[in-house]
Design a binder for this molecule. Sequence first.
Ligand code: ARG
Length: 571
Amino acid sequence: MNLYKFVSNSLNKKLGFVANLEIPKNREFGDFSTNAAMVMAKSAGKNPREFAGELLPKISELNFVSDASIAGPGFINIKLKNDFIWESVNQKSDIKNQNPYIIDMDYGAYNVAKSLHIGHLRTSIVGDTLNRIAKFLGHKTISYNHIGDWGRPMGLVIAYIESLHPDWPFFQDNFDLKKIKPEDYKISAAELDNYYPAASARGKEDEDFLNHAREITAKLQNGHAGYNAIYDIFLKVSLDMMDSIIKKLNMMPFDKTLGERNASQNLANLEKILNDKKLLEDSEGAKIVNIRRETDTEPMPPFMFYNSRGADTYEATDLAAILYRKTNDNPDKIWYLTDSRQQLHFKQVFRVAEMLDLYPIENLEHLYFGTINGPGGQPFKTRDGNVAGLTDIIEMVNNAVRARITESEKNLDDKTVEAIALAALKFNDLIHDVKSDYTFDPASVTSFEGRTGPYILYTAVRLNSVLKKSDTKIKNKSMVDITSDERNLLVGILDFERTVQGAFDNRATDILANYAYDLCQLINTFYHNCPILHEDVKADIRAQRLYIAKIAFNTLSSVISLMGLNIPDKM
Ligand code: ARG
């Protein structure tokens, strides 16, 4: 049950007004506190402490309150009855939303013919966890890997392949797919990985090459059969590459992998709608929508529908994707996860979507995130100065975990090492405020202590081993007598539902990750101070503690699975 919600609702009902309920840092004096007396005293014409004194008897009447007391200038501390806490952990969960949303979630959004890099880490990890959280709360989500697959990079890669294999048939205007076997034209992942940087470098120094690439892009977008056929060959290689990363990161598979190319099929339709509304204007050969408003205080350049070369723009494909999603999923909300540099892009797209009555702006959310920096504060690079690839990063963290394990003379198999490394990587990402930059250091994220993934997993593994060792069936016996460490843990467990709801409402995975850490702290204090299987422990106390250990483990497991992680058997 959501303890906070229950106490808050009961309190408001009792007082007849909405009291602000808080969870004090130091729980010694109360499980909750409210500043209601201080807020309301003025309008009641009283001083806050005096007014608090009048509220106390009412609060004490609530049958779950064991003690209510005044502190400082007029805070009221509320302590709950132990029996009530014990019963509450057995209450059925009311976490599933009664009025669920349909949410289209656009994250990952990897690019064709380009390997995944550090810039794709946050969108993948945070996106996947927000998706899991939304589902857990009962919302219907549809995840989109909106692949970047349609702009100039495609023309550049095709031009590059043409320069390597001028004899391949794809580059002829009279190309006929029926006359070839696509399997005869192999492009390996490693080759493809080199093509884009090489092509883009050539484009910078060779004007003719660049112009040719632009021409190819335009023809590709207009349906040139040969360019589309070779494109399909390297698209497949890219999709396989994406798939392997999705698995490595233990992400849920995407519901739809539809990128800019698919979206572009809606462009003609969209153009008609824009024209009907008289929104499209010609501007130096381009087609634009003027989106500036009188009230704008920041620059708001026009939305470019086709550029002056007639090519589809990134903005246009995003608008077309909204039209597609509206028609096919009719979601209540669309969320986008990209880095903060795309803020203007999404503002522009959302404005036009609103002008077309597709969606009010508040239903389209750009959840942007900061940069991942290296220890020097600069964007994280590999040792040779290149942008770090996602596979490099995963390998780096695996190695850091392996080094720690060797040092502590533990003996763990590869699967366990990978599970720990993944926890290190993902937890570190989830615990940082999404909007801010953070520093990534493989050595510190793999520590087994502090706010790290390995610490969370270790706590779960250790607690689970107690449960596995106990030979009795763990049942909910009545409460015997709980110590403050047991009590604190139970209250912590009862904060789970509020946490998940809060993480969803704020689109903030750090709320969940910090909760995981706090819960682990409570579990470890309980573990140290409340012996369970020791032979001196009386049977009824043991049964009670085993039960607490079991629900603590279940709660922690739920948090861990929301973070897209698995608990190893041993650590
Ligand atoms: N492919 C883009 C990139 O890697 C991100 C796309 C984000 N999603 C979208 N609908 N624009 O930067």
